[in-house]
Design a protein around this ligand. Sequence first.
Ligand SMILES: O=C(O)C1=C[C@@H](OP(=O)(O)O)[C@@H](O)[C@H](O)C1
Ligand SMILES: C=C(OP(=O)(O)O)C(=O)O
Length: 454
Amino acid sequence: MPAPHWPAPVATAPVTATVPLPGSKSVTNRALLLAALADGPGIVRQALRSRDADLMASALRSLGTTLIPTGESAAGADWQVTPGPIRGGAHIDVGLAGTVMRFVPPMAALADGPVSFDGDPHARKRPMGPILDALRALGARIDNDALPFTISGPLTGGEVVLDASGSSQFVSGLLLTAARFEKGVEIRHVGPPVPSQPHIEMTVEMLRAVGVAVDDSEPDVWRVAPGPIAARDMTVEPDLSNSAPFLAAALVTGGTVTIPGWPLTTTQAGDALRDLLTQMGAEVTRSTGSSTSRSTDPSATDAASSRTGAPAATGSGVTDLVVRGTGVITGIDTDLHEVGELTPTIAALAALATTPSRIRGVSHLRGHETDRLAALATEINRLGGDAEETEDGLIIRPRPLHGGTFHSYADHRMATAGAVIGLAVPGVEVENIVTTAKTLPEFVQMWTAMLDAR
Ligand SMILES: O=C(O)C1=C[C@@H](OP(=O)(O)O)[C@@H](O)[C@H](O)C1
Ligand SMILES: C=C(OP(=O)(O)O)C(=O)O
C-alpha cells in the first residue's frame, strides 16, 4: 500500500533555524569506491547513510570489499573499508542511484567473473549507453545498452572517445577506477558540452588526494596512468545540495537559516546556492559563529585529505552559511548546466517569485531520477502555476498557487521542491515524501525541526 501523502507544513512565521546537514552523497559514494579500490584498508568518516550510500556499500560488499561501521553519530557513519580481490558472480542493485549505476560497472569489469546490474523501474530509463560503449571499447563485454545488463572482463583500458553530454557521471565513473586498468585510460569527450563540471572536478580532486595522477590539462580530455590508489583516511563534507530546500525556506518565509560547517572551498555544486539565492533576493553571509565542522575527531586530520575528502575541521576551513530572506523572492534568469541538481529547488522558488524566471542549460535533467523538466512543469501547473518547458529548461511566471497533490516521481529533489512550495501555499500534499531517503532519510524530521525552531 502506498504511504499517505505528506501534508507539507505551511510556515506560520519566519523560520529562524540552524540546520546541520549529513554528508554529501557525491563525496560519500566516491570515497567508498576509492577506498574499495585502494592498496590497503582505509577509513571514510562522516559518510552519508541514505539509500544511495547504502546501495553503494552493498555493491562494494558484493564485489568483495569489507565495510565495517566503526561509529555512527549525527554527523554520519565512519566506515573501515578493507579492499579484497574483486569478485565476480555478484548481482548489483543500483536502485535509482546514478552514482552506483555509473561508478560501479568499471570496477565490476575488473572482477574475476560476470557481474549483473539492475535497478528501480525508472533506472532502466536512465542513460547508460555512452559509458557501456566506452567500457566495451576498453575491453569489457556487456549484453545490453541500458539496465539490466551483465558485464564481464577482462578490461584492459586504453583510449576511448565518448559523448558525455548526457551526464558527467560517464566521465567520473571511468576516471574513478581508471588507475586500476592495466593501461590506465585516456577519455576524450566529443559532443555538446559535458554538464556538471564541478562533479568532474570533485572526481579529479579526490583521485589526486589518493595519489592518482590525473591529467586534465586539455579541455574535454582526461588521462589517468595505471598505478595504485592509496588507502587514506577521508572525511566527507556536508551535502550542500541538500541544503537547498532549507535555505529556500529562508526566502519563502522571510526568515534566517544557518548551515554550519559550510566549506570555504569545495567542488560541490551546492556552493552555487550562495550566488543563486542572492540573485533571488536573499542576503547571504558567512560567519565563523558556531561552526566547527561536523568532525571533532582530531585523528581525522590527514595531510593527504583533499577539500572534498576534507581534513577534520579545526574551524579554519569552514564557516556558518547564513541565508536571510528579505521578504521578496525575485525571479532569476540562469544557466544551471553546471549545477543541474539544484534545479528543482530553484524552480520551486521561481514558482513563488514576484517576477518571471528562466532556467537554461539543463536538457540533461530529462535523464535524471525522472524527466525533471516535465515533472516540474506538470506539478507547478497542477497547483495553478505557470511553468513552461523549453528545449533546455523552464520558464516560470508568477501566478497565485493553490493546494493539491505534488507528485514526486520517486525523485528526492521533486519531493523537497513540493515541501518548499508548501511553506507558502496551504493544502499542498507531497506524494511519496519517503523518496527523500535517496539522499536525506531524515528530511521530514529536519523540516519539522526547522519550522519548530525559534
Ligand atoms: O557525480 C555525481 O555525484 C553527480 C553528478 C551530476 O550528474 P549529471 O552530470 O548526470 O547531472 C549530479 O546531477 C548528480 O546529482 C551527482
Ligand atoms: C541527479 C541526481 O542523482 P544521481 O546521483 O542519481 O544522478 C540528484 O541527486 O539530483
